[in-house]
Ligand binder design. Structure first.
Ligand code: DP6
Length: 354
């Protein structure tokens, strides 16, 4: 039990019905979280860029009820989704020790994503982060005393219990998660904003164009993938390397060395997918067009010297990362040469959020 995040019923007022709203962006990891221990504790530190155009907006309505247990109804883009409730109930079970009023209310969750549901872009990070922000807002409305900083820290803490990477979506910029001895204030329990003044300006101009290589559900969920790191023959080395890579990234971020940044980030992405291929049972989330796009990208970089790099999340889609200074040439290349690898010829233009 993490006592600092507990609120007790005797410190708040109940019986007030109402609604709160929150908007939270998605994030893309540069150093990947892959592997976790009990209670959503990560096996290594990670860091991600918070995005701008890919976000979830959630309104949470609450009305008092008498019966025991949780009562939640979820509406996605206005449509009632019976199948979404169990995920929220699981989340409530994990956080009920920290949010004491969950059994006291019936909840309606009205949520929508800026990106198409079928796009293969995970909504769990932005979705759980938005839910956590809503719950902390209710807690504040019920009279809990939380400073702005503590409210965000608690939202990140709760979001983590919903989905690990969600804890990084609570803040803008670059957000680190995982306790280590080289980033001040870092914690396994919540995300921490990486200081803007430690980041060279070039990295604040980065675009993230997402090639929608494969739309729809992925074959293996992240949660299953994380669990396959238990007993994985390369697990310990991977966890150490992720922490080493994060440590290496810090001076790179400061100096503005885009080449070193891109090479490290690509290595992380390929390592993530290599871990999947070496799991037992093995799985591959890349599609032939993922590999074809990476090949084309490497050829373009070799021939033009443009600073175009990629990362991958736990799926087939490719995140193209590049600084604004090279955006014009790169975006012509994307339209002419990479778009063909997207399932419906679609990609999403996003950028980092500072
Ligand atoms: C590959 O946060 O989706 O995107 O904690 O089980 O919900 P759960 O997993 P999730 O895993 C994200 C994995 C990743 C890497 C990352 O975002 O760091």
């Amino acid at each position: 039990m993490e006592k600092q995040f507990q609120t007790t019923l005797d410190t708040i007022y109940l019986l007030k019905e109402g609604e709160v709203s929150a908007k939270s962006p998605s994030n893309i990891a540069l150093i990947k979280y892959w592997g976790k221990k009990k209670n959503q504790i990560p096996t290594n530190s990670s860091i991600s860029y918070t995005l701008t155009n890919s976000f979830t907006e959630t309104t949470l309505k609450f009305t008092p009820k008498q019966e025991d247990g949780f009562d939640v109804k979820v509406y996605l883009e206005g449509e009632f989704k019976e199948s979404f409730a169990p995920k929220i109930i699981t989340f409530f079970e994990r956080i009920t020790a920290y949010i004491p009023f969950l059994e006291q209310y019936s909840f309606e969750v009205h949520t929508s994503n800026s990106f198409p549901h079928s796009s293969g872009i995970a909504s769990s990070a932005s979705g759980m982060s938005a839910m956590a922000l809503c719950l902390v807002e209710i807690e504040k409305q019920l009279g809990a005393k939380l400073s702005e900083d503590k409210a965000l820290e608690k939202a990140s803490f709760l979001a983590r219990l919903g989905s690990g990477s969600a804890c990084r979506s609570v803040y803008k910029g670059l957000v680190e998660w995982g306790g280590n001895n080289f980033i001040k204030g870092s914690s396994d329990l919540y995300g921490t904003k990486f200081p803007d003044e430690e980041i060279h300006d070039v990295f604040k101009t980065f675009h993230d164009t997402i090639l929608l290589i494969h739309e729809g559900e992925k074959s293996v969920s992240s949660t299953v993938g994380h669990n396959l790191m238990n007993g994985h023959p390369y697990a310990e080395r991977r966890f150490d390397e992720a922490n080493e890579n994060l440590q290496k990234l810090i001076p790179i971020l400061k100096s503005g060395d885009v080449k070193a940044f891109g090479e490290l980030v690509e290595h992380e992405a390929l390592t993530l997918h290599a871990m999947m291929m070496m799991s037992n049972p093995a799985f591959i989330l890349m599609k032939p067009n993922t590999v074809a796009a990476l090949d084309k990208l490497w050829e373009f970089r070799r021939e033009t010297g443009n600073q175009l790099y990629f990362t991958l999340d736990a799926g087939a889609n490719v995140h193209l990362l590049y600084p604004a200074e090279d955006a014009e040439a790169i975006e012509i290349f994307i339209e002419n040469e990479l778009k063909q690898f997207c399932q419906s010829g679609k990609y999403i233009k996003d950028k980092v959020n500072f």
